[in-house]
Design a protein around this ligand. Structure first.
Ligand SMILES: Nc1nc2c(ncn2[C@@H]2O[C@H](COP(=O)(O)OP(=O)(O)OP(=O)(O)O)[C@@H](O)[C@H]2O)c(=O)[nH]1
Ligand SMILES: [Mg+2]
Length: 540
């Protein structure tokens, strides 16, 4: 609660006490009231009707007022109504709080307006202020003569005085005529001003021209100026605008959004523009395969193909690896393999987990290397069309030793353990990798290493490690894309292009890059032909 509010509450309480006392002793106090009324001053100046005939209220009207108007009862007798210089005198809260007039101020006067009665006892109009009289050179309103306990202590008077003199921020006690404050005050003041002008008052004109009254505070305290001056002297208050926030109010939504958008845009502008980094997949999709690779893929029916397409091409889809057969052949038996070396039976004859276990290099060897589960063992079976000789599994890491297969008397096929991810202990896998590196780099009789790369995933760092090793050891290697049947033909060609470009400068690489599918049999015949030529010209 603000200081003013507490003071006003206190003032109101004390006024009620006085009212209750006066009610209980109306008759006993009537003598005093009459004697006090005799002291009132009613005068007329300049031919204008002056104030209120308060004597008319001493009998019936005043009793009525005592009954109906709490807080004003005992103090009505202290009111002084007057006009000066032809103006209707208005008394506001300020007029009550000066040391000469303020004692005994009542709550009713805070409103600054009183019900007035004419000679016929009816309500005529509302007037503001009260009359004063000058006695011994001092303005006196009769309040100071009250023998009752003063309503306010000295400190309270000081506080109220500060409030009235504009040293408070509480706007509720301020009247800002024509400038600020509540609308009612403004309207009221405006009415007065217009009326004053109508009556030809020279005071306001003088006031407009001369502001020296601001310096004359003694004169102000005496209340000898019009309230217009007092009100004009009030400190300016900012007009408070109350904005009611409705839950569905979207009037500022666009503005807020715009601010947010602007903020985001500014932040985006501040950030340095980064070049969009293409993902590996996007880079792969951007590869444009050469026409020769594309034609090779189509001629060998590489890539994902529908069974109906194989049928239309004349291949018996009931056979294993149907594309490795002669089209439109009615034989259910394995078609005759064109290369003699691969017509021979594939026989397992050695397995080694250490280099000392390697068999003597009596035959030219072709090794199949690559990551685990890339299809090494499956490719051996597909090349020889002897399914199940080399064990296969969809579980990576099945082949854990170097397995040697004899293909007749002229060629040996070597199934290497895979590297990379495998269901095996790290130590075991490390041994595999070391064994494979030792084999490809040191093995005498090794004529070629088929480095198998999964067409879907491409080359991995371990593949490059092995390539570097073979480059250093000058081991001939050839890239073989496997499982081409799981990707689209265009992607087979893209992968081939990608790897060829990547390994373009390598010395030990053997061209061309091969593309096969052990499942569909695509590209197997081409690879068989290439490998058969090794066996044909190889010399130990
Ligand atoms: N779709 C499809 N699957 C294949 C192909 N080649 C092999 N697979 C499958 O891939 C899985 C792994 O084949 P493996 O031959 O065992 O692979 P690996 O490289 O020997 O694997 P590790 O011995 O563990 O190194 C098996 O389930 C095969 O059926 C192929 O060309 N196409
Ligand atoms: Mg294997």
């Amino acid at each position: 609660m603000s200081t003013e509010a507490s003071l006003m509450l206190k003032l109101k309480k004390r006024s009620r006490v006085l009212v209750s006392i006066s009610r209980n002793s109306v008759r006993s106090r009537k003598r005093d009231e009459n004697s006090f009324d005799s002291d009132r001053v009613y005068d007329r100046e300049n031919g204008l009707k002056k104030g209120v005939n308060f004597k008319g209220r001493e009998s019936g009207e005043e009793r009525w007022a005592l009954r109906t108007r709490k807080g004003e009862n005992s103090l009505n007798k202290n009111r002084v109504y007057g006009r000066e210089n032809g103006f209707k005198k208005r008394e506001n809260f300020n007029g009550l709080e000066s040391s000469e007039e303020g004692r005994g101020g009542e709550s009713g006067e805070k409103r600054g307006k009183f019900r007035t009665l004419g000679s016929d006892g009816r309500k005529k109009k509302k007037i503001y202020g009260k009359e004063e009289k000058v006695e011994n050179g001092k303005l006196w309103n009769g309040v100071g003569e009250s023998k009752n306990k003063p309503l306010l202590t000295k400190w309270e008077e000081q506080q109220l005085k500060q409030l009235v003199e504009g040293k408070t921020d509480d706007h509720r006690t301020m009247w800002g005529p024509g400038k600020k404050g509540n609308v009612g005050s403004k309207t009221r003041h405006f009415t007065h001003e217009m009326k004053d002008k109508k009556e030809g008052s020279s005071f306001i004109k003088k006031n407009d021209q001369d502001k020296t009254w601001l310096k004359n505070k003694d004169k102000d305290k005496a209340g000898s100026y019009d309230n217009t001056e007092i009100l004009a002297d009030q400190p300016k208050k900012k007009k408070k605008t109350i904005r009611i926030e409705y839950p569905n109010d979207i009037s500022k939504k666009r503005a807020d959004d715009d601010l947010c958008i602007k903020g985001i845009k500014e932040e985006k502008k501040k950030e340095p523009e980064e070049e969009p980094v293409m993902s590996k997949n996007a880079q792969f999709r951007a590869i444009q395969p050469s026409p020769s690779i594309l034609s090779f893929v189509e001629n060998n029916m590489l890539g994902k193909r529908r069974l109906i397409e194989l049928k239309r091409a004349g291949y018996n889809i009931e056979l294993s690896a149907p594309l490795d057969n002669i089209p439109f052949s009615k034989s259910s038996e394995r078609e005759r393999i064109e290369e003699n070396a691969f017509r021979n039976k594939m026989e397992f004859f050695a397995a080694a987990n250490v280099s000392s276990s390697f068999p003597p290099p009596n035959l030219p060897e072709i090794a199949f290397a690559g990551r685990s589960n890339v299809g090494k063992s499956s490719l051996l079976n597909a090349l020889t069309r002897q399914w199940g000789v080399a064990r296969t599994s969809d579980r990576p890491g099945l082949t854990q030793t170097i397995n040697f297969f004899k293909l007749g008397k002229k060629l040996s096929l070597v199934d290497l353990p895979g590297y990379g991810f495998a269901y095996a202990k790290d130590e075991v896998k490390e041994n595999w990798e070391e064994l494979v590196k030792e084999y490809v780099s040191t093995r005498v009789g090794l004529k070629r290493v088929c480095l198998l790369v999964d067409t879907k995933w491409g080359m991995k760092p371990r593949d490059h490690e092995l390539i570097e090793l073979m480059e250093r050891s000058k081991t001939n290697y050839q890239i073989v894309l496997t499982k081409t049947d799981v990707v689209f033909p265009i992607d087979v060609a893209r992968r081939a292009m990608q790897i060829e470009e990547r390994l373009l400068g390598n010395q030990s690489i053997v061209q061309p890059l091969m593309m096969v599918s052990s499942k569909s049999g695509a590209g197997i015949r081409s690879l068989r032909t290439v490998l058969a030529n090794i066996a044909r010209f190889a010399k130990i």
